[in-house]
Design a protein around this ligand. Structure first.
Ligand SMILES: [Zn+2]
Ligand SMILES: [Zn+2]
Length: 266
């Protein structure tokens, strides 16, 4: 499986991805808002974009569909429950289904509602010595999570983290839908000032251009992303001070919901 990350170079800081079959050169474009950049990169690599996949229905993920489909003849795939809102979807997908690219790539659809109610991540198992890969859309960002203010639900987002994402292998490479690493590390350090890995990573990437940001693994995420660190006493104590009414129950769910609420105003 070949992966190209494409920087959209826009204010919303979107990342797009091309996933290609090394044997056939057939490619899938994920959330190709800047479709010209995706097409140009595919041409450089000698790939043919045959499929477009939307992680969810927001316009900054779907806005390039029709132009890219017109330019390439690609099919458009998205969560079946989001298809009507997206329009032009040729194949509605469900969690648990496998999406194939060419002859050699298999991607599993993970049902991960929360940022919106119909959000899919794509997951590739480890293969041929390559680590697993997660294309996480707006569910999981580097050092953060998606907001739930545009059709989402933080309770569902917690379930997606607890039941699905946190159980993937630590070696999984994370490919999110936006570049927010440094800003999110700021939130982590605000909630957990003693987090040395987060501090060191923030120093390391301070002057790194968005297009060159490092790819983190899920194991690294669990060190620097507060939303995976719900059992840390420093985080719990801070949340208890800031949102006492939300921490009546000290459960991981309550901590997650309070952190999501704090992040909305941070
Ligand atoms: Zn979104
Ligand atoms: Zn987005």
């Amino acid at each position: 499986m070949l992966i190209e990350r494409v920087w959209a170079d826009n204010a919303a800081r979107n990342f797009h991805y091309l996933i290609a079959c090394a044997e056939s050169g057939e490619a899938l474009a994920i959330d190709p808002l800047n479709w010209q950049a995706c097409l140009a990169r595919a041409r450089v690599r000698g790939w043919q974009i045959r499929q477009i996949f939307n992680t969810h229905e927001h316009a900054d993920h779907t806005g390039g569909n029709s132009a890219l489909a017109a330019a390439t003849g690609a099919a458009v795939l998205a969560h079946a429950a989001a298809a009507a809102r997206i329009g032009g979807v040729t194949r509605g997908m469900h969690g648990g289904e496998t999406l194939r690219v060419g002859r050699s790539v298999a991607l599993r659809c993970l049902d991960t509602p929360g940022h919106t109610r119909a959000h899919l991540c794509l997951y590739a198992e480890a293969r041929d010595g390559a680590a697993p890969a997660l294309f996480s859309g707006d569910t999981l960002f580097n050092a953060g999570v998606g907001n739930c203010m545009h059709g989402g639900d933080p309770e569902l987002l917690y379930d997606s983290f607890a039941d699905c994402l946190s159980k993937l292998p630590a070696a999984t490479r994370v490919f999110p839908g936006h570049e927010y690493l440094l800003r999110n590390l700021g939130f982590t350090l605000d909630r957990e000032p003693s987090n040395q890995p987060a501090r060191e990573l923030a120093q390391r990437v301070t002057r790194v251009a968005a297009a060159d940001m490092p790819v983190l693994t899920l194991g690294e995420e669990k060190q620097v992303n507060v939303f995976f660190r719900l059992d840390q006493p420093e985080i719990i104590a801070g949340v208890r001070r800031a949102r006492p009414a939300m921490l009546v129950e000290g459960t991981p769910r309550a901590v997650f919901l309070a952190l999501r609420d704090l992040r909305n105003r941070w």
